[in-house]
Design a protein around this ligand. Sequence first.
Ligand code: NAP
Length: 281
Amino acid sequence: MINGSTKIFGIIGFSLEHSLSPLMHNYVFNYMKLNCVYVPFPVKRDLKKAIIGLHELDVKGVNITIPYKEEVINYIDELDEKSRKIGSVNTIKFTDKKIGYNTDGIGAIKALKDGNIEVKGKKVMLLGAGGAARSIAFQLVFEGCSDLLILNRTKERGDKLAREIMEKADFSCKSMKLDQKILSEYIHDVDILINSTSLGMYPNVNESPVPKEILHDELVVFDIVYNPLKTKLLKEAEEMGAKTIDGLGMLVHQGAESLRIWLDIDPPIDLMKKVLLSHLK
Ligand code: NAP
């Protein structure tokens, strides 16, 4: 029950109607008997005022989602080293200061590890160069992938990400336009294919970024889209004999990392997956 000692956490973004984070975090708080609550805070107008207000109201921490992960950096006091390099923040811890972190990339790596996939020494093709792709790209480099090829619809955005990775992580990666010709040319020399575009996400469930016929059985295909869990890309990858990993693991692990940052707890990963799975089904 909420009382005068309840610690408040939440998520800011716009819009938040479909966010699964309140379900996941409140489940953990109940299960672990923590006097905490997790609330959606839709920010329609002034992000700066919202951040100052949350801090003043003694909210202990928030997640940040679309469209504020980059803008929010302007309104916090400190960034941990990773989020500074990545250039986006999905978690703030409020103490006497506002401290920013990014747990998306580590969430993705842990999802791969759950599927027994190690990134070290692997050749990775990353589709997308948006907020999620940015965190995943940096984390892949931190984890020691051997090659990284970024393919994005808007080539300039992919080029910018590749340049930043060179400057901030001293790692040389290629960036090209996401099109069928380039996919066909490079996909046979790749160990792990990661879709971090929104292609295939509800309601556009009949879209896939990769034509079925070029998928192959030596690939690991990881799609971070979680609605639906089995995207067209994953269905077709499975049919072509590839190993597949869906977006649920990343969603749970990025949330679990936020909880570790805020409360120094060890959240029940398997139960969190179960709760979200039953909701998504
Ligand atoms: P974002 O910043 O808006 O980036 C969207 C990306 O998708 C960009 O690279 C964009 O390319 C590309 N894209 C969009 N429509 C496209 C189309 N029709 N054809 C080709 N490329 C297209 O979004 P985000 O935050 O990175 O999220 C991307 C997806 O990941 C979403 O589906 C989101 O739900 C999912 N996600 C999952 C998790 C998880 O925990 N599993 C976490 C975060 C995000 P341009 O640059 O050309 O626009």
